[in-house]
Design a protein around this ligand. Structure first.
Ligand code: ATP
Length: 301
């Protein structure tokens, strides 16, 4: 496994406004990176810089260890779908692929195009024109265009946005399949739950800055189930909890509210608290919400 993309203090300014501000990230092979941020956070700007469609004001970026846009070899190892899937309305899926293959300077035979259509589950679209496709089919065709030439690194801007649940399931499955083949994928969304579980790494952007980078495992910790306990004697709670063997991992915040992540027996816990003359005011099962976590990072509500 190696490093695919590395950026150092990457900045894109329009006049005094910084659409991207000192972004430093490192993308490793075989991972699916979710780039999350609200509208205007800088996601497309970042992807356009990687694709060489615009140029940074400051900072550095390397693709496969080479400066971006400097060598054709690195460019050919990258496929992208930025903003809307670039399809031509009056062509069939296969004709669209043939057109873009020519644009990319690739010679693809019919069999290769059919294989690509099979991969994105569009093999049975036959003579159907692209304008008759559902949004999910258009997104899959956009991904097929990005896959022309079998690139190692895929950059996909909002590939799941606007899809119905079935379409989302299909795209997620396709992305997982591509990652299992060793491709590295960077995809954007303004919706963290939308990418939850498809991405293996998350980069959260806000106002052009990376506010957090974390793995799926770390993100899953943010959505743990827990028992929320508030008591009449918050100062004594930590002492009492430390003496109870049937509870595992827990946290107590500075207001004395406890989150208990492993409780073998709620009844036993309740008995023990009361036996120590610590009386629960709140004793309720809860789950950390992904949205709460996200808004806690970007400062919204
Ligand atoms: P969305 O989800 O709406 O696509 P985004 O996170 O992709 O949002 P960007 O398109 O990267 O956001 O835009 C980031 C900021 O940069 C926005 O405030 C946008 O208005 C600004 N911006 C983008 N392109 C230009 C430009 N050519 N000139 C001036 N400002 C721009």
């Amino acid at each position: 496994m190696g490093t695919i993309l590395e950026t150092k203090a990457l900045t894109k300014a329009y006049g005094k406004f910084k659409a991207l501000d000192q972004v430093t990230v490192c993308l490793e092979q075989g991972e699916i990176y979710g780039l999350i941020g609200q509208n205007g956070a800088g996601k497309t700007t970042f992807m356009r810089l990687i694709a060489g469609l615009s140029f940074p004001t400051a900072g550095r970026m390397t693709l496969f260890g080479q400066p971006i846009g400097k060598t054709q070899t690195t460019d050919q190892q990258m496929g992208f779908m930025i903003e809307n899937p670039a399809i031509i309305r009056h062509l069939t899926a296969k004709e669209v692929l043939r057109y873009f293959a020519k644009m990319k300077g690739l010679t693809c035979n019919d069999e290769q195009l059919d294989q690509l259509l099979t991969k994105v589950h569009l093999a049975d679209t036959g003579k159907k024109k692209a304008h008759q496709f559902s949004l999910g089919m258009k997104q899959r065709l956009g991904i097929a265009i990005a896959l022309l030439g079998d690139p190692t690194f895929l950059v996909l801007d909002e590939p799941i946005n606007g899809l119905d649940p079935q379409g989302m399931v299909e795209i997620r499955a396709l992305l997982r399949q591509l990652a299992s083949e060793g491709k590295t994928i960077l995809l954007s969304s303004h919706n963290l739950p939308e990418l939850y579980q498809v991405a293996t790494q998350y980069i959260i952007l806000n106002q052009g800055k990376v506010v957090k980078q974390l793995s799926l495992l770390e993100l899953e910790k943010q959505t743990r189930h827990y028992l929320r306990v508030v008591v009449n004697e918050p100062r004594r709670l930590a002492q009492v909890l430390s003496e109870i063997e049937t509870i595992g991992n827990y946290e107590i915040n500075h207001e004395g509210e406890a989150k208990l992540f492993q409780v073998e027996s709620k009844e036993d816990l309740l008995k023990q608290l009361v036996a120590h003359n610590v009386w629960p005011i709140t004793f309720v099962e809860q789950e950390e919400s992904l949205e709460n976590f996200y808004f806690s990072l970007i400062g919204g509500s």
